[in-house]
Write a protein that binds this ligand. Structure first.
Ligand SMILES: N[C@@H](CCC(=O)N[C@@H](CS)C(=O)NCC(=O)O)C(=O)O
Length: 218
């Protein structure tokens, strides 16, 4: 049975799932959901995901609607070994910690800026929102002083989630270049993640275009 993935590639959590799919060799049956036309609020989609968000994965009737849960599920189900999502309790706890960091810090800070810009016509970034993003970069820099990848010495599912959020934040608040460890990690993700160009860069370019259009720059 193919895995259905409801998606819009500009969405950072969707791109995290696409990155996981590439590394794990999972093919998705992609189903486009146009958030700009509020298709996520259609009765058909709400029946699948009452939380009305993308990504939403449907595996033979089994539904998951959070990217962090989805990448964990895919790694558990399709990983040839446990390197992407370790079974060792401590190593796994660090991966989970970074998944929660993405879900609880990076993504909400990104959404705080993106939602008013793309859906509420707000053009200016508040100094507080900008400061929060800069603080998030500084957190990442600190974590990466200790580790080669965000959750240890090899790539894990947490890298997929963090890189899609961080590269999206950079479109709104440029600042990665002044954090050497963070900048080096982003480059490492680009070089080492299977299918990075198709899974993250393509949707990131679309995200950037939406942002520039909303700001009247494109
Ligand atoms: N925590 C969720 C966040 C998903 C999310 O908020 N997706 C946005 C797009 S980036 C969305 O679908 N928003 C539409 C809506 O909330 O109606 C995840 O990681 O999957």
């Amino acid at each position: 049975m193919p895995l259905d993935l409801y998606y819009l590639d500009a969405s950072p959590p969707v791109r995290a799932v696409l990155l996981a799919g590439k590394t794990l060799g999972v093919e998705f049956n992609l189903k486009f959901v146009d958030l700009f036309k509020l298709e996520q609020r259609s009765p058909e989609f709400l029946k699948i995901n009452p939380r009305h968000t993308v990504p939403t994965l449907v595996d033979d009737g089994f539904v998951l609607w959070d990217s962090h849960a989805i990448v964990g599920y895919l790694a558990n189900k399709y990983g040839k070994d446990d390197s992407l999502y370790p079974k060792d309790p401590k190593a796994r706890a660090i991966v989970d910690e970074m998944l929660h960091f993405d879900n609880g810090t990076l993504f909400p800070r990104l959404r705080n800026i993106t939602f008013p810009l793309l859906f509420r016509g707000k053009k200016e970034l508040s100094p507080e929102a900008k400061q929060e993003v800069e603080e998030a970069y500084a957190f990442m820099e600190k974590f990466l002083e200790e580790r080669a990848w965000v959750a240890g010495n090899n790539m894990t599912i947490a890298d997929f989630c963090c890189v899609s959020s961080i590269t999206s934040l950079e479109c709104l608040v440029p600042g990665i270049a002044s954090h050497p460890k963070l900048a080096a990690w982003v480059e490492k993700c680009k070089r080492n993640m299977v299918g990075y160009e198709e899974a993250n860069q393509k949707g990131l370019d679309n995200f950037n275009l939406y942002v520039r259009k909303a700001r009247g720059e494109a």
